[in-house]
Design a binder for this molecule. Structure first.
Ligand code: SF4
Length: 450
């Protein structure tokens, strides 16, 4: 291991954790020793997910060398030099008619920008984790607009939190303790005891168990429930059949609305439950309308509990460059956007791409089996720090840098605020400082071919 592996040999404070969208910025890192043979770090203040993220640096599954699949030797992997692997990867992309570039949610905005420009140059499609996770939130915001707020405003002002299809105790473990429930605020001098928590979820999740009110509606009926709440808010009785459809009585709906209207400041946190249930972005649209209309009675805002540390970063970067938040097709020489057509699952299912570049993708957790089977058929390049199913089906594997730990860059927190993360150590590779650097080198090679 490189003797320069540790950047410093002391305690680092206020480090940003790239473990999830919360981007907690109070992490302390103690370097146990600076021994190149036996390095170790102690991570303080992080949750278990955060610990797992930082421990990737020393993981046994860390990819430390480039690999190329040897088709002459029954498709086995062999180690390759950096230049050879980069040449092969650039040939795959340059020779494709319509490659897919998929950018994961835990790389920096700077790396995403290079990925987008590369996709434009190649005339391919550039997509991100949003299209298989919280894409409906982006689409809902495009339809309805958003009354939003920073996490700090929610922390200081809100006395009501509505977790809609969200289970932060498992998906974003420090959301409650750092931003939403435990901190003392303007209206909440005692912290949690002064706040009300409502969870809307068909499942009895651990967040639902610790909530003051759990609205256990029938699965897939968020749209009907939201429609009924909006109808009641307009002073009209919804059709009685809504009770049988949602499993929630109109009296209960009125009770919830009274709590919402009576709070000093409320926040609706949208989770993957509302975006993946029937109605998808239409559910989000109604939730955003509900929050906007509640402002006739009190202050109400919305937020989205995004899963990865920089899921929102792609949306922001792509929107700034091309005006579209995800799933951008450049095959006609100009950007086109049509979720359901130019998004990863649809492109793979329809066999509409002929090569792929996956950057820190974790796509195995999101894709249907038929899409993974097609990915295994076409030439695929993976840039990843950790071995996984996607690196096993690739033709070229380039070792990835763990962004925001081994390289610095911009992340977009779950509330849309951009934060600049310093690196706590150098990249372990001599050939690349960051994923941005890897993509730039790949781009250079591609421009020499086409
Ligand atoms: S809540 Fe998320 S950002 Fe905060 S320490 Fe845990 S994994 Fe890291």
């Amino acid at each position: 291991m490189d003797a320069l592996f540790w950047k410093r040999t002391m305690t680092l404070r206020n480090v940003i954790c790239p473990g999830c969208g919360a981007c907690c910025d109070d992490i302390q890192i103690d370097f146990e020793n600076n021994d190149a043979d036996e390095p170790g770090i102690i991570v303080k203040n992080a949750c278990m997910m955060g610990h797992a993220k930082f421990s990737q640096v020393l993981s046994d599954r860390r990819i430390r060398d480039p690999f190329i699949r040897d088709h002459l030797d029954r498709g086995t992997f062999r180690k390759a030099s950096w230049e050879e692997a980069l040449d092969k990867a650039s040939c795959i992309l340059a020779n494709a008619k319509r490659p897919l570039i998929f950018l994961g949610g835990d790389i920096t905005c700077e790396a995403m920008q290079v990925g987008l420009l590369l996709g434009e140059h190649l005339g391919g499609v550039v997509d991100c984790i949003t299209s298989v996770s919280d894409g409906p939130v982006a689409m809902g915001i495009q339809e309805a607009g958003q009354v939003g707020a920073t996490a700090g405003q929610g922390k200081i002002r809100s006395d009501l939190a509505v977790y809609w299809g969200a289970n932060p105790l498992e998906s974003m473990p420090r959301h409650m303790s750092l931003y939403a429930i435990y901190p003392r605020g303007y209206w909440t001098k005692r912290g949690w005891p002064d706040r009300t928590i409502i969870t809307v979820d068909p499942r009895r999740s651990i967040t639902a168990k610790m909530s003051d009110i759990h609205i256990q509606l029938k699965a897939g009926t968020d749209y009907e429930f939201l429609s009924a709440l909006l109808t009641l808010l307009h002073g009209i009785m919804p059709h009685p059949s809504v009770e049988a459809v949602t499993g929630i009585s109109i009296d209960e709906m009125n009770e919830v609305l009274d709590i919402m209207k009576g709070c000093n400041c409320g926040v609706i946190y949208l989770g993957s439950g509302i975006t993946s249930s029937n109605g998808k972005h239409r559910n989000v649209e109604l939730a955003l309308h509900l929050a906007a209309e509640l402002n006739r009675f009190t202050k109400f805002v919305t937020g989205s509990l995004r899963s990865n540390c920089n899921t929102g970063g792609f949306n922001q970067t792509a929107s700034a460059l091309y005006g579209f938040p995800f799933g951008i097709d450049f095959s006609r020489g100009y950007p086109r956007y049509n979720p359901g057509e130019y998004t990863t699952v649809n492109l793979l299912r329809e066999r509409d791409i002929d090569a792929a570049l996956l950057v820190s993708s974790n796509l195995d957790a999101h894709l249907p089996a038929t899409c993974v089977e097609y990915l295994a058929e076409i030439p695929t390049v993976c840039i990843d720090a950790i071995q996984g199913p996607m690196t096993r089906l690739a033709d070229v594997v380039l070792p990835g840098v763990i962004d925001a730990i081994e390289s610095e860059g911009t992340l977009h927190r779950f509330d849309g605020v951009s934060v600049y993360s310093r690196s706590i150590m150098n990249s372990p590779f001599g050939f690349a400082d960051s994923n941005e650097h890897i993509l730039k080198q790949l781009f250079d090679k591609v421009t020499k071919i086409i």
